[in-house]
Ligand binder design. Structure first.
Ligand code: CTP
Ligand code: MG
Length: 231
């Protein structure tokens, strides 16, 4: 008998945040009264969509044990890896024995604290009967140019171009196998690219533009603005 697949969240949070130029990894910077990662995890937990949230944390990270959310009963800590894909694979391995191969995993960057419950449910509802899964993405509003040096070589039809966001939602077994098979490949910068490389065809689901990734110093103020607009 096939049971209804559960959903699990995986949060890569083992990066150093080089581009943020701060005194600590960006997931621990303050934002609207909490750290960035506390917002991200609280939103995933509050959605009620996940059986557990597995978080990949650098083994040298002194900030994580200081947070109460690290001891939340639905939060599992996994050791981070060298690249983002290694951290995701490590977190998937901690779900071994809990998740079944057909279950869904939504991988979401710790550095995207403005994710809404509505986008989580939209993604799950849209993809729940899909054999492979897919990602939240944003269409492009600007006209897009391909360039060599500072010279335009062609204009790209923007209906074919989407910006990849997270969550990225795939079957547990398929995602773990895909990341294992593509381990060490520098071209794998998100989960979808691992599946694409193996010939699968992930879908896109149009997400909200306020689901930004905190990458550079100015992004913190932008995230704060989006949160104020959301409440
Ligand atoms: N990440 C991770 N393990 C790594 C590298 C990144 O878990 N070895 C996580 C980050 O913590 C972040 C997400 O992947 O939540 C997206 O990565 P990115 O925005 O590139 O974060 P950093 O790698 O920390 O930032 P930078 O590239 O500027 O150093
Ligand atoms: Mg990085």
């Amino acid at each position: 008998m096939n049971s209804i697949p559960s959903c699990w969240a995986v949060v890569p949070a083992a990066g150093v945040g080089k581009r943020m130029l701060a005194d600590r990894p960006k997931q621990y910077l303050p934002l609207a009264g909490k750290t960035v990662i506390e917002h991200t995890l609280s939103r995933l937990l509050a959605s009620g969509a996940f059986a557990k949230v597995a978080v990949a944390i650098s083994i040298e990270d002194p900030y994580w044990p200081e947070l109460a959310i690290a001891r939340h009963p639905d939060v599992i800590t996994a050791p981070g890896g060298k690249e983002r894909a290694d951290s995701v694979l490590s977190a998937l391995k901690t779900l071994q024995g809990l998740a079944s191969g057909n279950d869904w995993v939504l991988v979401h960057d710790a550095a995207r604290p403005c994710l809404t419950t509505s986008d989580i449910h939209l993604q799950i509802q849209t993809l729940k009967d899909d054999p492979v899964g897919g990602i939240l993405a944003l269409s492009s509003h600007d006209t897009l140019k391909q360039v060599e040096g500072d010279v335009i070589t062609t204009t790209i039809d923007r209906k074919h171009i989407w910006r990849a966001l997270t969550p990225q939602m795939f079957r547990y077994g398929l995602l773990r196998d895909a990341l294992q098979q593509t381990e060490g490949n520098p071209a794998i910068t998100d989960e979808a690219s691992a599946l694409e490389l193996l010939g699968f065809k992930p879908k896109i689901v149009e997400g909200r533009p306020d689901n930004i990734k905190i990458t550079r110093p100015d992004d913190l103020a932008l995230a704060q603005f989006h949160m104020e607009q959301q409440t």
